[in-house]
Every structure is written in C-alpha cells, then in structure tokens.
Design a protein. Structure first.
Length: 112
C-alpha cells in the first residue's frame, strides 16, 4: 500500500504519544502487585504476632514477627475481651505515592 505524503511519520508520532501512558499503566500495575504482596505478608506477620502474645511471649518477640516479614512494619497490641489483637502497619510506594497498609489479627489469650 502506498502512503500519502501527509501521513509520513504519523505512526511514530502516535507511538510517542501512547508510550508514556502505557508505561504509566505498567508501573502502576506492578506497584499494585507489590502492595498486595506486602499486605499479605503484613497479615501473616500480624497473625504470627497475635499467636505469640496469646501464648505468653514477650511484646518484643511479637514485634519481631512483624518486622521479620515486612522490614518497615510496626505493630500495636490490644486486648478485646478474651482476645489479644495485633495491628500491623507499613507503607507501600506506588509510582511515588505512599499508601498506608494495615492488617489486624486476633488470637484467643492463653491458647496453645
């Protein structure tokens, strides 16, 4: 097929306009997957910490269960009746934006 004189280079111009948008979508998608993975790890660390506190372990040991899984994670312990709850928090960065992540898990106090 023959191209007309006025259309020469139009595909290059369209690609130059579309490529940054495609890269932004890929970066946000990868960042979202990373944030979801971090949230799952944070939930796992909160569950481990809640079980440790419920068995009578120290608060420092429970906090290390969270920081072992997510290095930037922090934890807070609360009691709700017969339950010991641990709330773990961390942040995830997606395309330069920090998102706060929070996971809470409870265990029966005195459980083995």
């Amino acid at each position: 097929m023959r191209q007309r004189e006025g259309e020469r280079g139009s595909i290059t111009a369209e690609l130059a306009l579309a490529l940054p948008a495609v890269l932004l979508v890929v970066i946000i998608g990868v960042g979202g997957l990373f944030a979801a993975s971090t949230l799952v790890q944070l939930q796992d660390g909160a569950a481990d910490a809640a079980r440790l506190i419920a068995r009578g372990e120290s608060s420092a040991r429970a906090a290390s269960a969270v920081t072992t899984v997510v290095s930037s994670g922090h934890s807070a312990i609360s009691h709700r009746g017969d339950l010991v709850c641990v709330t773990a928090t961390a942040t995830a960065r997606i395309a330069g934006v920090e998102l706060p992540l929070t996971a809470t898990s409870c265990a029966l106090a005195g459980g083995l």
